[in-house]
Write a protein that binds this ligand. Structure first.
Ligand code: CA
Length: 235
């Protein structure tokens, strides 16, 4: 079958690497594996995978070296595997262009969900683009980019300009975890300051309330505490 997604698995711990590979193959993906950063770059060039799963702690270099290399001229989704609990590593990987991360130990369900979201995000960008006249649909939520209006189950949801800008930005990166600083930079730009994170949280609370999203029933927008927000299909 040639229509299988090709996934490059970059992980030096052989038991984790084979676990991931077996799980991916069982789910219909084609797998290419390697254990060093330099071999990952070579394999990336020769196989042009649809997605890469990247361990940050590699024997020859920091996994971020691979990420920087890929992002020089490619939007291929990269999902980072991190044993580190330090939030700053995840945030620097995301700000360098990683699509998402999972922290070890992770469940196969969690990794598969992150992979599907990252692949969806790429398809969305490739097939539908971010045309100003386009519409974005996620479950019951619709965004009309041209009219700058939003709907839930056909009913209009009135948002402020800032709320709309945040929602539209996340939707353009649907499936990708966006750090707080990436959202703040996009929305407030030069006017960003120490109070921006608080403003972002207040706006996000309003967006959730208007779309009837409660902590008991999370949907559309997920918060990775201390890291950022991801818009996605229900997990
Ligand atoms: Ca490692």
């Amino acid at each position: 079958m040639n229509n299988k997604y090709k996934i490059l698995v970059i992980e030096d711990e052989s038991n984790i690497r084979s676990l991931i590979s077996t799980m991916l193959e069982a789910n219909g993906y084609q797998v290419i594996q390697c254990e060093t950063c330099d071999s990952a770059i070579l394999l990336f060039e020769s196989y042009l995978p649809d997605l890469a799963i990247l361990d940050l702690g590699l024997p020859d270099a920091d996994g971020l070296k691979f990420l920087r290399y890929v992002r020089k001229d490619s939007l291929t989704p990269v999902v980072v595997l991190s044993a580190r609990t330090d939030e700053s590593d995840k945030i620097s990987a995301l700000d360098l262009g990683a699509n998402d991360y999972v922290t070890k130990p992770f469940s196969s369900g969690e990794l598969l969900a992150r992979i599907r979201a990252a692949l969806r995000n790429t398809r969305h960008c490739n097939d539908e683009g971010r045309l100003p006249g386009g519409k974005f649909v996620l479950g019951e939520m619709t965004i009309d980019y041209d009219a700058r209006r939003t709907f839930l189950g056909g009913e209009e949801v009135k948002l402020t300009q800032t709320e709309y800008n945040i929602l539209a930005f996340l939707s353009e990166h649907c499936g990708k975890l966006m750090t707080y600083s990436a959202v703040i930079k996009e929305i407030w730009g030069e006017r960003a300051d120490d109070s921006s994170i608080k403003k972002l949280q207040v706006n996000m609370a309003n967006i959730r309330r208007k779309f009837g999203i409660t902590p008991a029933e999370p949907k559309y927008i997920y918060n990775e505490l201390g890291v950022g927000y991801r818009m996605d299909h229900s997990v």
